[in-house]
Ligand binder design. Structure first.
Ligand SMILES: [Zn+2]
Length: 88
């Protein structure tokens, strides 16, 4: 059940980092606690009820100030090579 995460990415405008961030998030999770006779606990079927991103810091700049949220599919600033039409 971890496919429910929204496709949100981040980018640090200061250094251009799009891959490494320190995320602080709060989650409310409901799960089925299944105790064995010996008292051993198995946590089953965890369901995330709420998930709140508290802060996102750039791993390199160590600062949340320049980190922007970007949607999946949005241009990440990568240079995709454009095909030049054949000169003929
Ligand atoms: Zn950065």
């Amino acid at each position: 059940m971890d496919k429910t995460e929204p496709k949100v990415r981040y980018r640090c405008d200061l250094c251009g980092n799009i891959t490494r961030f320190d995320i602080v998030e709060s989650m409310t999770v409901k799960s089925f606690y299944h105790y064995g006779i010996d008292g051993e606990l198995n946590k089953e079927d965890p369901v995330t009820i709420t998930r709140v991103i508290e802060s996102v810091s750039c791993r390199w700049c160590n600062s949340p100030k320049n980190v922007k949220e970007i949607q999946e599919g949005q241009d990440l600033g990568e240079d995709h090579a454009t095909e030049h039409p054949a000169e003929s």
